[in-house]
Design a protein around this ligand. Sequence first.
Ligand code: ZN
Length: 656
Amino acid sequence: MVEDRWRDEEASGFEGRLGECVYGSRLLGADPGLVLHGGGNTSVKTDFIDITGRRIEALYVKGSGWDLASIEAEGFAPLPLERLRELLALDSLSDVEMMRELGAARLDPGAPMPSVEALLHALLPHPAVQHSHADHIVTLTNTPDGERLVREALGAGVVIVPYVMPGFDLAKAVAEMWPQASPDAAGMVLMNHGLFTFGPDTRTAYRRHIELITRAERWLAEEAPMSSGGGPPLPKVDRTVLADVRRRISQAAGRAMVVRRHTGGEVSRFAARPDLEHLARRGPLTPDHVIRTKPLPMVGRDVEGYADSYREYFAEWRGRARTEPVMLDPAPRVVLDPEMGMLTAGETAQAAAAAADIYHHTIPVLERAEDHLGGYRALPPGDLFEVEYWDLEQAKLRRAGNPPRLAGTVAVVTGAASGIGRACAAELLERGCAVAGFDLDPSVEQAFAGPSWLGAAVDVTDHLAQDEALNRVVERFGGVDIAVAAAGVFGDSAPIGGLDMEQWRRVMEVNLDAAAALLAGVHPLLMRSPVGGRVVVIGSRNAPAPGKGAAAYSASKAALTQLARVAALEWATDGIRVNIVHPDAVFDTGLWTEELLAARAAEYGMTVDAYKTRNLLGKEVTSDMVAGAVVELCSDTFSATTAAQIPVDGGHPGAV
Ligand code: ZN
């Protein structure tokens, strides 16, 4: 249900007319049925007072790069209304010219670039404007008889504007209609796009927005009731099948892509429809979804066929394009398949999640319009290409900047709740990886936040549990490119004469057996990596230089090193690199307790401080230093390095 979330006492916490607009914008942005991922915008007309005290009649309009849900006052660009009216008087203005003029007109050069719909906001003769791409509104408009449905559902007090691409032409089209439009209209529906409401203040504009959407919702409930209930449960899909699809999508995209699987009841019902192919191939709810979802989803698994038809469409459309566009990657972002359900793809986990959010909202609209309202009808494919290659949309993506170096790749890190494992996970996330962290400690689940993180509380010595966790990783991210085996325990210090065999077994199980099981499970995934698999095993200086009293630990790390060397030999032809990092004396990890540290220092006849820095560089080694080396080894800097053993230990005379 759409809900009026306006609370006067909350609104009073926001200062002035712009503050009220900030509050109303956040309310609009907080409802995903109204606004998704940068869609929608708002404005308020109020005076701007410049440094000399001059009062300028201004439009504060949402700046690009801000989401309504979290917008602040500085997310609005102040523009002089007089200048905007001059621009509106022009006969034509290209998108590039319009954005240049809007950018130059900003009263504060530090403000973000104004929304591409700024001119439309400017010409509406009301101080406050709210705009969304509400699901219930586009359900009505994206049908063969959309105008009549909008009239019926919303009543006569709404102006209806046929589809025109957002920008100057849309503003001109609305400007031409406006004198005839009823002056007390409560709102304006743009076909195949969304809803504008306006009023003397943001509260009124917001309430009208909710009121109109509520009318649409009630009308739809009456005239187009949705059958509830999900579809059949989807079969388990072998993880190598998913990893193959991800590899092919990544190849089509020309870079590693995160692919996320969705199997909810709504998805499975949709994917099981006999008319799936026919229905899904009719385009998005609103044009600005195209940069996240591509013009059309892929139905089935033929990635190469999808890419070919994308190229064909592109070639055909390019003939009509005003400028010479460079083809974007032809990889699908949304995949629908009766067995797999829905897969969404993106350059990052965030992008894959955004495509999913959008398509989860698309499915019920498609079904409702198709089954009850005479058929779903989106823009023709040519127009969708127009939007995808539209300068203004591409500029949005460019402003997002270059992706980090490991963007789109997927890593698994064991022992990720603390110490070196956690530092590796943090560094991989920092470089743009989607990361799954395994650890016995359940705090691993919340170790990091956001769609790029999957924390799994799993005992790595339970091989079945670890294998099941790998399935979850592939469902979430599509495959694995990087594996870092960092889970490790030290065990009690004891001379061999006093060896406790249970301790010995435990150390071997965690440090060696779990790593062997991980490598075995992850190999089929690494060999399907679109960028070539990379493995780093956390060894120890104890492997090349064992310590008294640490027989189990030293032996386990030596065996682990040998395991990694064999993997490097066996997997080289699969394009998988396997390297070993040997840290020493990293004391900021879960391995080291005060007592253990004191015991080890005593073993060497040293103070704790001297023991911590007993290396050539006289340096205390930290988890972050180890993680830096590990992640660099996973980068292309070391694309020709495998089976290397890199010490991260401050240097030792015996090893020089
Ligand atoms: Zn819009």
